[in-house]
Design a protein around this ligand. Structure first.
Ligand code: PMP
Length: 353
């Protein structure tokens, strides 16, 4: 029996897509060859790539001024690749600092150029996104993490930046309407809302990409992915198929408006319960709360351990918070069912009583 998987990533994927993948791995679209066995230069995979790109564009409402890129690496790759491409020596990136992931963004950017922390929520133990932002004189770009997977915060709307935005959307991509305006580049590791780990989706303004460095190794330059349609070398063909199918699933669910409404309703069930509970309390503060990763704590580590043990015994898996912050975390991405959230709330209520 399959468990309810609250893992932060790799995470729950839509059942329909997983079942379709099982078939495609054996025989892709009646071609007599499995998805994992098709050449990336063949016409069958060509259709997969075209279809995935088209589905992504349709889901996100993404026009031709943006390129859709598949990079064979997780989001961590982009922490280094973005500054290497776009931050010249002496240039400054303004970073909105919301936790563990933006900390890595800062560290990688510092190896290449200057970093100005435009705002930080460290003082609130990263339970908020910063509201007071001050910009440097002329930032090359502004980086933010749309959803902080570990602390469980999410920007309600992008920061009002004076320069092109670069966004790490790993943990909330396509969970709600995509605010493309002012964005030069959005990257997302696939293993939460899109597909398997080890591949990232990049939505990049073609003109912005052209302003990047030209003297890096080919696979380290975004322009090469644009020019060669992510086929400079053998890409993660399976990952691209999965992302395409997950996007078609999102369209069948009614697209991002419907997805966003469903995700907000799911998260509200849990936050409403936590706000009324005398035992469990939410970490993130209203206005900054993530609809994807709900972080919360019990009165003691002992209570948390006991709850996790009961949850595991009942098939509710992956509720322990990130090793760096402890506590509990329920990751409830697009494919996570509302019924699963109800079961978690019932379990928390039972422990409280
Ligand atoms: N950014 C965010 C917001 C994440 O949640 C994660 C992974 N949990 C990463 C970056 C790193 O992704 P990867 O391990 O795929 O490099």
């Amino acid at each position: 029996m399959r468990k309810l998987n609250f893992s932060s990533g790799p995470a729950t994927l839509p059942e329909e897509v997983l079942r379709k993948a099982q078939e495609a791995i054996w025989d892709l679209d009646g071609s007599g060859i499995g998805l994992l066995e098709h050449s990336h230069r063949g016409k069958e995979f060509g259709r997969v790539l075209d279809g995935a790109e088209a589905a992504i564009r349709e889901v996100g409402g993404i026009g031709e001024s943006y390129a859709i890129l598949f990079v064979t690496a997780g989001a961590t790759q982009h922490f280094a690749m973005v500054p290497e491409n776009f931050l010249g020596p002496g240039e400054t990136v303004d970073v909105c600092h919301t936790g563990a992931w933006s900390q890595k963004v800062i560290e990688e950017a510092r190896r290449v150029g200057k970093v100005h922390v435009a705002g930080s929520s460290e003082a609130t133990k990263f339970s908020t996104v910063p509201t007071e932002l001050t910009w440097s004189a002329s930032p090359r770009y502004v980086h933010y993490t749309s959803n902080e997977t570990i602390y469980g915060t999410e920007w309600a709307s992008p920061p009002p930046a004076p320069a092109p935005l670069v966004c790490d959307a790993s943990s909330d991509i396509f969970s709600r309407p995509l605010p493309l305006a002012n964005h030069a580049l959005i990257y997302a590791g696939a293993q939460k809302n899109l597909g398997p780990s080890g591949i990232s989706l990049v939505i990049a303004d073609k003109q912005f990409v052209e302003t990047g460095r030209t003297d890096l190794p080919p696979l380290a330059q975004y322009r090469v992915y644009v020019k060669e349609r992510s086929l400079h070398n053998t890409p993660n063909t399976f990952g691209i198929w999965m992302i395409g199918e997950v996007c078609r699933w999102i369209l069948a669910q009614g697209g991002l408006e419907a997805m966003g409404a469903r995700n907000a309703a799911k998260a509200k069930l849990l936050y409403d319960y936590l706000d009324g509970s005398k035992t469990w309390r939410a970490h993130a503060q209203p206005g900054s709360r993530s609809n994807m990763n709900v972080t919360f704590r019990g009165p003691s580590a002992g209570h948390e351990d006991a709850l996790i043990a009961t949850a595991e015994a009942r098939g509710l898996s992956g509720l322990r918070g990130h090793r760096s912050v402890g506590g509990m975390r329920a990751s409830i991405y697009n494919a996570f069912p509302e019924e699963g959230v109800r079961r978690l709330v019932a379990l928390l209520q039972e422990h409280e009583a």
